[in-house]
Design a protein around this ligand. Structure first.
Ligand SMILES: Nc1nc2c(ncn2[C@@H]2O[C@H](COP(=O)(O)OP(=O)(O)OP(=O)(O)O)[C@@H](O)[C@H]2O)c(=O)[nH]1
Ligand SMILES: *[C@@H]1O[C@H](CO)[C@@H](O)[C@H](O)[C@H]1NC(C)=O
Ligand SMILES: [Mg+2]
Length: 281
C-alpha cells in the first residue's frame, strides 16, 4: 500500500481512543476535505444509527473486496486496501435521488466477522461480497461464512422488516467473457452454483446429525445451525430459500482508477448501485 493512499480504515467504536487511529482518522479526513466533489462524510462512530434501516452492510470473506467497494462508493475512486481489522463506516448519498446511505464494512477475519450482527437492526440491505475468481477453490469456507449470515437473516425478530439481500460476485475483471456470456454473467453463475453445492452439503450433513464446526462467538458448538431452510427438495437452492429473495450482481473495481458515477456512463460497480437504487425507501 502506498503512503499516498490511506485506506478508510477508521472509526471503529472500540478503537476511538487509540492515538494512532485518531491520527489515521485525521489523515482520512484531510483526504475528504481535499478531494473535490466529495458528497460523503464519515460518521462519528456509533453502534446504533439514529435513523432506522438506513445501512448497507458489506459482509463476506476476507479479501473479497468489501473495502475496495466501500472506497469506490465513497471516494468515487478505488483506493488500495489491505486486510481490515476494524469495521469501516461511511455515509454516502446515492445518485440519482441522493438519498443518504450508511455503508458498514465488516472485516471477514474469523474473529471479527460476527460483529455484523450488531448492525443488523439498522440494515436496509446486506451484501455478501465474494471473490468470483477464487470461489472454485474456496467454496466450502465461503459457504460456511454465508451460512452464518443466512442464519442471522432468518433469526431476525418478526417486528423488523428484513433487509434486502444480495450476493456480490466480485472481481469479475479476473474472469474471461465467453462467446455467449459476459464475465459478470459467468461470475454470477459460478458463485451461485458453487455456493448452492456447498450449502447443500452443509444441509445434508445437518440432516445426518453431524455438528457444524466453528459456530462463532455464542458457543453453539454441536448445536444445529438453521438458516438453510428451503421449500421443495433437500437441496439448497437460493430461489427456494425460505428467508426471502436473494439477488445476485456481478461487479469489479480497478485500484487507482476513478469510478464513473452518474447517469450517462456506467462503471463495473453499476450493478450494485442499480440494485441499491431500486430498494424501497
Ligand atoms: N482484480 C480485482 N481486485 C480487486 C477487486 N476488488 C478488490 N480487489 C483487490 O482485492 C484485495 C482485497 O480487497 P479488500 O477490499 O481489501 O477485501 P475485503 O473484503 O475488505 O477483505 P477484509 O478486510 O480482509 O475482510 C485488494 O488487494 C484489492 O485491491 C476487483 O474488482 N478486481
Ligand atoms: C444529486 O446530487 C448531484 C451532485 O451533487 C446534483 O447534480 C443532482 O442534481 C442531485 N439530484 C437530486 C435529485 O437532488
Ligand atoms: Mg476490508
Amino acid at each position: 500500500m502506498r503512503n499516498a493512499s490511506p485506506s478508510p480504515e477508521v472509526l471503529s467504536p472500540s478503537a476511538i481512543a487509540n492515538p494512532q487511529v485518531l491520527l489515521l482518522g485525521s489523515l482520512v479526513l484531510a483526504v475528504v476535505i481535499l478531494a473535490p466533489d466529495i458528497s460523503a462524510v464519515f460518521l462519528a462512530a456509533r453502534k446504533k444509527a439514529q435513523s432506522k434501516g438506513n445501512s448497507l452492510l458489506l459482509v463476506g470473506p476476507s479479501d473479497g473486496g468489501k473495502t475496495a467497494i466501500l472506497s469506490t462508493l465513497l471516494y468515487k475512486q478505488t483506493l488500495s486496501t489491505h486486510t481490515s481489522m476494524q469495521t469501516n463506516m461511511a455515509q454516502i448519498s446515492l445518485p440519482p435521488t441522493n438519498k443518504s446511505l450508511r455503508l458498514i464494512d465488516v472485516p471477514g477475519h474469523p474473529r471479527i466477522r460476527d460483529q455484523f450482527r450488531e448492525y443488523m437492526s439498522d440494515a436496509k440491505a446486506v451484501a455478501f461480497v465474494v471473490d468470483a475468481s477464487t470461489i472454485s477453490r474456496n467454496g466450502a469456507a465461503v459457504a460456511e461464512h454465508l451460512h452464518h449470515v443466512l442464519h442471522v437473516l432468518m433469526s431476525l425478530p418478526p417486528t423488523q422488516t428484513p433487509p434486502a439481500f444480495t450476493i456480490v460476485a466480485h472481481k469479475c475483471d479476473l474472469l474471461k467473457a465467453s462467446a455467449t456470456a459476459s464475465a459478470e454473467q459467468l461470475a454470477v453463475n459460478r458463485v451461485r452454483t458453487i455456493l448452492e453445492r456447498d450449502l447443500s452439503k452443509r444441509k445434508s450433513s445437518h440432516a445426518g446429525g453431524v455438528g457444524v464446526e466453528s459456530l462463532g462467538a455464542e458457543g453453539e458448538e454441536g448445536a444445529e445451525l438453521g438458516g438453510l431452510e428451503c421449500s421443495g427438495s433437500g437441496e439448497f437452492k437460493f430461489a427456494d430459500w425460505e428467508g426471502g429473495e436473494v439477488s445476485f450482481v456481478g461487479t469489479s473495481v480497478t485500484v487507482g482508477k476513478a469510478a464513473v458515477v452518474g447517469d450517462e456512463k456506467k462503471d463495473r460497480l453499476s450493478p450494485l448501485r442499480e440494485w441499491l437504487v431500486k430498494l424501497p425507501y
